[in-house]
Design a protein around this ligand. Sequence first.
Ligand SMILES: Cc1ncc(COP(=O)(O)O)c(C=O)c1O
Length: 404
Amino acid sequence: MRQFHKSTKLDNVLYDVRGPVVDEAARMEEAGMHVLKLNIGNPAPFGFRTPDEVVYDMARQLTDTEGYSASKGLFSARKAIMQYAQLKNIPNVGIEDIYTGNGVSELINLSMSALLDDGDEVLVPSPDYPLWTACVNLAGGTAVHYTCDEQSEWYPDIDDMRAKITDRTVAIVLINPNNPTGALYPPEVLQQIVDLAREHQLMIFSDEIYDRLVMDGLKHVSIASMAPDLFCVTFSGLSKSHMIAGYRVGWMILSGNKRIAKDYIEGINMLTNMRICSNVPAQSIVQTALGGHQSVNDYIVPGGRLCEQRDYIYEALNSIDGITAVKPKAAFYIFPKIDVKKFNITDDEQFALDLLHDERILITRGGGFNWQEPDHFRIVYLPRIEVLKDAVDKLADFLRYYRQ
Ligand SMILES: Cc1ncc(COP(=O)(O)O)c(C=O)c1O
């Protein structure tokens, strides 16, 4: 049976992603201009509030959380996450298989650093949440992108995935629900990915940070629940579901066939110990946050803010001549397509810069998500409808005259 080994390049991790469009927006703001930022998935600035009980609970525990915790995290937090894993039918998870982190971000980095040696390949979606590609490559591996297909609800193209597997492929990364497309993968699609991973003995990394932000009455299924015989790592956290991106708390869950990953788990434990522990006050509210009524549910049903904003942005963007977008099912992003012929667009960064200069709207170009064509951009639809309406009106005006 194949074994997974930890990387020898653990010390050479750099992170330096900063786009010129964001820099330009910062410069404009410093010059006193107002820029509407539709570029980051940070709920709090848009008026989404952390549930009161969570803030209360943290305040109450602050004096008890002055010291380090165990490196994997507080027992209470991990117990609550373990119960969460059970509710999602993730198999073979004990308390020792749960790690808290300073957001999912830290754990993505850690999980890739612990895994990869030079030349190891990891299948990463295109478009992706770019931290995945960055972390794979910085850890010494090679991110090999598989296409998600806009014609099929942005689901992963399984044939493309299969075609990209080589004898150096060690893992498949899944972002479900997806950032930037807002797609939610149904069990049929997940099953095909499991079959592929089983056939080629690949690990599965599933980033499920938006799993509690699913609309239209749909249900999120964790791929790990379908793969008890494979080794899976599932990521989630409270940044989005509890509107506390600033508190920095997320987790990862190891599940399934852990025997084949003993050496890898040793690497994970080493790195986890090296960073001592994640933010302890933030860990202290995990149990309260995950228990009982989930206030995020009020946002994602018809009449709820996120659902209404999603419906609005979807209709409004599609009514612009030259823009089409697939309806997102989850999270708070939409990834519209631009008719590049109509607008003569060859450079999506230039498009984003021109929109910023002319309309003071900051979006993220598709290339920022490792999308290879200059024909997409991402909008974060967290702002209220009146703000989104203003942005869409400006975008429509801009596209009336814009030619690159
Ligand atoms: C898909 C995905 N994974 C992970 C993260 C990072 O989340 P955290 O705040 O837990 O670090 C984000 C944040 O936008 C995300 O979109």
